[in-house]
Write a new protein. Structure first.
Lengths: 817, 70
């Protein structure tokens, strides 16, 4: 006992000691103090302004400004992304830019960018219109020209729709149109334009109805795709020309054009004028192109220069916003000259925090120092474990079930080893283990590179668990050597088998079997078992008994941890009335079963253990007969049965009554003050021991104790049986492995054909990789996890604490990503 | 090899592993205790696994019966 007391505190065993502190900061050094504390990352602020809405808080304006700046920065990022530029960060650290100057600069940049964007949009629009005009000129010019006697190539493309009208022929119609000038008011006139292809039919029909058939409609598809202004994607357009007469028809047609979104362009009838205008349009188009180009290059240059500083600016703005959010959690004191803050910090960090606060005072040229002192807190402190990259994954596995209560025993110290070990018991194959090891080593070798990248969610989980994977693979190799399975093939690594034929001719090998002529195989399962007919009965018996033994061992470990918890919290009530009866109950039944298993193995007796255990309950006083494994078994069984039966009321009844007695005693002597560290059940809600001092609800405590005892008693049977999943999964893995080896690889290899062999090898490789390496790994991982979370942890773990979340800039940077 | 002999070999391996860990990763008494816990847990688990399989084969109740040779 003395040795145990003199040992130093183990690293991850219990969470760090925390203390509740109060800070009184003068206003001028507040911002700086909070920034330095953020860099340190070891103080969790409590929100003193919980009941206020975000708009009632002190620094709401600054928060709004920061939000506005980050909006601008996001806009820049989007623009850079749209322009397709890669954001390259300037590697050197810039000196701290003042926040106000940054705000002004950002506003400038945004204004500039928006202007540039608007300009280029206008230019683009003009460009599109000119492009459409050019096409209309080309095609519509063709319509008008084809009225003449000579055929033009465009003429052949024409799709003439002639509607019954007052004029006799279409050809003469066109001739009349070309002959009569466009200024002939009562004569034939035309409108030319361009419309998206999808609308052309409807457009035509509408025009026909509107003009009562008095029109000539020609269309031709455009050569290129044109950017549609509305949907800003490239669409096919069709050029049309409508011949009509009359003023009313003109207004109707124009209105219909507008409704359908067709753009009308005037085409001169005169051929020379047409070519003149076409030249003009072409030259203007090329001008615009160059202008657009220049504009885009200018904008890209601006974006590039912004892109250099973008990450730094974003980080700065994030930090400032975080600082102001934290400042919002503090209260102004009575004099309005100081901010008061409260929070939790680990005791080892006190000096560091005081140092940071001193630096802040000096740097902000404040006359008054920052006051930092310890206070008492009502609620229970947060839980903080200082993990490194290796233990972090395991702590997260434990925390996923529930964060440890303040300073209770942390299951992670054992989980580091037992979790990969139980995984390996279910996965045992040293060939597959080597594959997992290669995977884990690759992940660890590329740690630095993969750590800085952003990975997909699956890869991120895999990368986060690389050290777990490493241990899992190492233990799998070990268990594979013990089970003697290399992709289900046994080897004679540790010497010759212990079995051989009964006689030289091996005639009875298939009927009665081999005999054991030497000591047991020195390491692992004898290779003679693989492929034999009695392999499964032997291995099943071995693995089931192994599962029971591991289960009882791990559950005993759990109960021992509850003992250490009781010693730490000075809870002798728990030791006497919970730990002792629990140990007695579990071990007199299942510990005894484990003992029987070991004795049966050592002596080679033929006793039936099922029979022994069942009749220990049903008829304990009967003679054991053939099932007697050792002398004195019957009286021992009776004693164990009695002690188990006594243990049940022992864990159920005394504790609530004693608690009630203690409670009444305590509050009879109330005048003398409340004792600390008295024997009060600390399993109850944190803080309830103080708040509900007056109430002691006996029925509640009794029911709670009853539930706890029933859970333990029934749980001991069900949890022990639950460990049989170790057998089940290991059997499944072995059988799958055998099937793939024998029925795929060996079958394919039996053929002499090279192609069939290759195909067989490929199928074997894929099946092994996906089913055995991925699916089985996940399955065994999950079951090992369940065994830890439920069967191991419910013997001692409270798991109702809350995690320590300090105000830290690194945490914010990680958060955003 | 015998049960006891191999058990002693496991104990020896455990002690050597603890010493190696103490030499290579000496990071203060609380961390050392944690590393020692890990090494002892691993040694005990591995020994337990080996011992169970060894004991099960010491006095077997059934023998391998070879299946039909093709």
């Amino acid at each position: 006992m003395n040795i145990l007391k003199n040992l130093p505190e183990m690293d991850l065993m219990r969470s760090e000691k925390m203390t509740f502190v109060q800070l009184i900061i003068p206003v001028e050094s507040a911002h700086r103090a909070v920034s330095y504390l953020g860099e340190l990352g070891l103080l969790q602020f409590r929100d003193l302004n919980d009941d206020k809405s975000p708009f009632q808080r002190t620094f709401v304006n600054q928060v709004k400004r920061c939000a506005e700046m980050s909006r601008k920065l996001r806009f820049f990022k989007e623009q850079i992304h749209k322009a397709g530029l890669l954001s390259s960060a300037l590697p050197t650290l810039q000196p701290d830019v003042d926040l106000e100057a940054l705000e002004v600069k950002l506003a400038e940049h945004e204004h500039e960018l928006i202007e540039m964007n608007a300009n280029s949009e206008k230019l683009q629009q003009t460009y599109n219109e000119l492009l459409e005009f050019k096409m209309v000129l080309q095609k519509a010019g063709g319509f008008l020209v084809s009225g003449n006697s000579y055929e033009t190539p465009e003429g052949r493309e024409l799709d003439e729709n002639v509607y019954p009208s007052d004029y006799p022929e279409s050809a003469s119609l066109l001739e009349q149109a070309t002959q009569s000038g466009p200024s002939n008011l009562s004569g034939l006139r035309f409108i030319s334009g361009i419309i998206p292809k999808t609308k052309i039919l409807l457009f035509e029909r509408m025009l026909f109805r509107a003009t009562r058939g008095n029109l000539l409609f020609n269309q031709a598809p455009a050569d290129d795709l044109i950017m549609d202004a509305v949907s800003s994607e490239m669409v096919e357009k069709v050029i049309f020309i409508v011949f009509f007469s009359g003023e009313q028809a003109k207004t109707k047609i124009l209105k219909i054009c507008e409704a359908f979104g067709a753009n009308c362009y005037p085409v001169p009838e005169d051929l020379t004028k047409q070519s003149q205008i076409t030249q003009e349009v072409l030259s203007r188009l090329s001008d615009l192109e160059t202008t657009l180009d220049v504009g885009i290059r200018h904008r890209n240059a601006a974006l590039h220069s912004i892109g250099f500083h973008l990450t730094i600016w974003m980080n700065m703005v994030k930090r400032e916003k975080a600082v102001f959010d934290t400042l919002n959690m503090l209260n102004f004191d009575v004099t309005k000259k100081c901010l008061v803050g409260e929070g939790w910090c680990p005791i080892f960090a006190k000096t560091q925090i005081q140092e940071a606060l001193q630096r802040a005072t000096i740097d902000s040229n404040s006359q008054v120092g920052i006051i930092f002192h310890v206070m008492d807190a009502v609620e229970s402190p947060p839980t903080y474990f200082r993990t490194n990259t290796f233990t972090n994954a395991y702590q997260e596995i434990v925390d996923a079930y529930g964060v440890a209560k303040y300073q209770e025993a942390n299951p992670a110290i054992y989980t580091v080893i037992t979790f990969p070990f139980l995984f390996a018991v279910m996965f045992g194959d040293w060939g597959h283990g080597i594959c997992l090891l290669l995977g884990a080593l690759i992940l660890i070798a590329h740690e630095r590179k993969l750590g800085s990248q952003k990975l997909g969610s699956f890869m991120e989980m895999l990368f986060g668990g690389r050290y777990v994977l490493l241990l899992m693979s190492l233990f799998s190799i070990y268990c594979g050597l013990i089970y003697n399975e290399f992709f289900s093939v046994p080897f004679h690594i540790f010497g010759a088998s212990a079995y051989r034929c009964r006689d030289a001719s091996c005639s009875e090998a298939q009927t009665v079997g081999l005999i054991k002529y030497r000591d047991a195989y020195p390491f692992g399962v004898d290779p003679s078992w693989r492929g034999s007919r009695s392999e499964l009965p032997f291995l099943n018996s071995l693995k089931m008994k192994m599962s029971i033994l591991f289960g009882v061992a791990q559950m005993n470990l759990g109960i021992m941890l509850s003992y250490f918890n009781s010693i730490f919290f000075n809870n002798s009530l728990d030791i006497r009335y919970q730990f002792v009866p629990q140990m007695i109950f579990l071990n007199s039944l299942f510990g005894y079963l484990s003992l029987l298993i070991i004795i049966k193995w050592c002596t080679g007796s033929q006793a039936d253990l099922y029979h022994v255990m069942i009749y220990m309950f049903l008829s304990p006083f009967d003679d054991l007969g053939d099932n007697e494994l050792f002398w004195g078994q019957r009286p021992l069984q009776i004693v164990l049965l009695m002690s188990a039966l006594v243990a049940v009321p022992w864990m159920l009844f005394p504790k609530p009554f004693i608690l009630r007695k203690l409670h009444t005693e305590r509050f009879q002597g109330r005048a003398y003050g409340i004792l600390r560290n008295s024997e009060i059940d600390t399993d109850s809600e944190p803080g309830s021991a103080r708040h509900h001092e007056e109430e002691f609800n006996f029925s509640e405590v009794f029911v709670h104790q009853m539930i706890h005892s029933i859970e333990f008693v029934l749980g001991s049977v069900s949890n022990t049986a639950s460990y049989l999943r170790l057998w089940a999964l290991s059997l499944a893995h072995s059988e799958l492995s055998t099937v793939f080896y024998e029925k795929v690889l060996l079958l394919a290899w039996g053929y002499e054909n090279f192609l069939i062999r290759m195909v067989g090898l490929a199928v074997f490789a894929f099946a092994t990789a996906f089913i055995l390496l991925m699916m089985e790994t996940l399955s065994a991982f999950l079951h090992a996890l369940r065994l830890h979370w439920v069967e191991f942890q419910n013997k001692f773990y409270g798991g109702d604490g809350y995690k320590f979340e300090p105000f830290s800039f690194t945490a914010i940077a990680d958060d955003e990503d | 090899m015998g049960f006891l002999l191999t058990t002693l070999i496991f104990v020896a391996i455990g002690i050597i592993a603890s010493l190696c860990t103490r030499i290579c990763f000496d990071k203060g008494p609380s961390a050392n205790l944690f590393h020692l816990t890990l090494v002892i847990t691993a040694t005990v688990c591995c020994w337990l696994m080996w011992a169970i399989v060894y004991l099960a084969q010491m006095n077997p109740l059934i023998v391998p019966i070879l299946s039909e040779v093709e």
